[in-house]
Design a protein around this ligand. Structure first.
Ligand SMILES: [Zn+2]
Length: 253
């Protein structure tokens, strides 16, 4: 059995989101949500995902998203980030081609509310091949038919574009994805006790899916080259959070 280091109450390090040398304190929440940056509040999940973004788009001089957004090459990308909470938005919102979304059932697809687009991830209003980068952090476990959502992301990405994301997952991942809800009809049939996460807007969002390692094969079938970025850091805790980078394999890439 692999041993896991005891969970430290706090540690210091370089924040890959805001760039600060900061203290990351245990908030006694699930491991991926804790150790928030004392400067920008980025959680461990957001910092590991930032490492994936830096690995794909950064150069050696980019050690945080705060420096990456100053690079005109990155700043000019067409970026879509569903969801309205999180530490990235303050950095990304000034970028000219950055879009945020939320899903309101009572709004028209693509409609804007206070600068936020209404988007159903299973049926996006973006043109095909329109985006360079889609970012989703702990969103896809709430998508009713997740593979349909991943197919939509693939459609709207340009050849060679990236979907960088996190989903709650154990390390190591169990081999098979667990479906908590039968969604084969228009009605949800619960196969497990309903489990909810906060939706970032004061409401709650049902967890449909617990992803397993077959995620890689399913995404490959859709047309992504996928790898996971599990930073190998001195602190064992951090290495328990995965981020995934999926590159759209399309003609012209
Ligand atoms: Zn920070």
């Amino acid at each position: 059995m692999p041993t896991v280091a005891p969970r430290a109450s706090r540690y210091q390090g370089h924040c890959t989101v805001c760039g600060a040398w900061a203290t990351f304190a245990d908030m006694s929440t699930p491991i991926r949500e804790t150790y928030q940056c004392g400067q920008c509040r980025a959680s461990m999940r957001e910092r590991v995902m930032a490492e994936a973004i830096l690995a794909v788009f950064g150069r050696a001089t980019h050690t945080s998203l705060s420096t990456l957004v100053d690079d005109p090459r990155f700043a000019g990308l067409h970026i879509f980030e569903p969801g309205i909470a999180g530490a990235y938005r303050r950095l990304f919102r000034p970028l000219p081609h950055y879009a945020n979304s939320f899903y309101w059932e009572d709004a028209d697809p693509g409609e804007m509310r206070d600068g936020v687009r209404n988007e159903d991830l299973m049926n996006l209003t973006f043109e095909s091949d329109a985006l360079d980068l889609v970012l989703s952090s702990d969103i896809f476990e709430h998508v009713r038919r997740p593979w349909q959502g991943f197919e939509e992301i693939w459609r709207v990405l340009r050849p060679g574009g990236f979907h960088i994301f996190t989903v709650p997952s154990l390390v190591p991942m169990p081999p098979k994805t667990l479906y908590r809800v039968d969604t084969t009809t228009d009605f949800d049939i619960h196969l497990k006790d309903p489990h909810y996460h906060g939706d970032g807007a004061g409401g709650r969002s049902l967890v449909y899916t617990e992803f397993g390692a077959d995620l890689f094969d399913r995404l490959a079938d859709i047309g992504f080259d996928v790898w996971s970025v599990r930073a190998d850091h001195a602190d064992a805790e951090r290495s328990r959070v995965n981020a995934f980078a999926a590159r759209a394999r399309k003609p012209g890439a």
